[in-house]
Design a protein around this ligand. Structure first.
Ligand code: ADP
Ligand code: MG
Length: 238
């Protein structure tokens, strides 16, 4: 189980400063939402926690371990993106078990894990289908199932619902919230949707131009915004 701590994290792409001294720490089991306008650095920050992107300066801890130089596969995390990135030629079942096969998890354990996540995410009915035969919402469920069977300490989501229509988005939002309550695992969730942030988060980090403007519980952000940017961003419709 793992909280996360970022100390003075800077990220530069050439002369462009994308993250400008981020300090952020949260506890094990929290649901942290990074919210802010497009281009403010949310994905870059998430990718740094995932290890997909290096940092220019600063420190990143997952649990007690400093992970600056730890490759993604050794961080015990799972990431869900907005593009579903499923294997198109494999069935849903294979998409979910493939990673376990590579890691040589024994067959009985694989079956058990598959059954658990299928029940949890209600995907039992389409295990034998290919991704092309699924709706957007179903694909996103499969992508989440694939992340879940890895049993990570930390889940990272980058705008996982932004390709879905409004009705499905709300349905999946509820599903993700339930998942968090049930698993109690730490989650970091990136979105530019204020409503999504307010309904999911235990704490929200409001980002703007490479800075965290405020990091607080949803009701605090709403009732006591730290500055004009936060007030107008949270107050404005998505
Ligand atoms: P967000 O996810 O909040 O929309 P990003 O983290 O994707 O923002 O991007 C933040 C800024 O960093 C943007 O201005 C983007 O153009 C820039 N950026 C992201 N990745 C790269 C890269 N690999 N090279 C150069 N600039 C990048
Ligand atoms: Mg992004």
């Amino acid at each position: 189980m793992s909280g996360v701590r970022l100390n003075n994290v800077w990220k530069r792409f050439g002369a462009t400063e994308v993250l400008k001294g981020i300090d952020l720490a949260f506890d094990d089991g929290e649901f942290i939402v990074l919210v802010g306008p497009s281009g403010c650095g949310k994905s870059t920050l998430l990718n740094i926690v995932a290890g997909l992107e290096g940092l220019s300066e600063g420190e990143v801890f997952i649990g007690d371990r400093k992970v600056n130089d730890v490759p993604p596969k050794d961080r015990n995390i799972a990431m869900v993106f907005q593009s579903y990135s499923l294997y198109p030629t494999k069935t849903v079942r294979k998409n979910i078990t493939f990673g376990m096969e590579i890691r040589r998890t024994d067959k009985a354990k694989q079956g058990e894990a598959l059954q658990q996540v299928s029940e949890l995410l209600h995907i039992d009915d389409y295990l034998e289908r290919k991704p092309a035969q699924l709706s957007g919402g179903q694909r996103q469920r499969v992508a989440m199932a694939r992340a879940l069977v890895r049993d990570p300490d930390l889940f990272l989501f980058d705008e996982p619902l932004s390709n879905l229509d409004a009705k499905l988005r709300i349905e999946m939002r509820t599903e993700i919230k339930k998942l968090h309550q049930r698993l109690g695992k730490s989650m970091i969730y990136v979105t530019h949707d204020q409503i999504e942030a307010m309904t999911l988060a235990s704490r929200i980090a409001v980002m703007d131009q490479g800075h965290v403007r405020q990091f607080a519980r949803p009701e605090e952000i709403y009732e006591e915004p730290a500055d004009l940017f936060v007030a107008s961003f949270i107050g404005s419709p998505p």
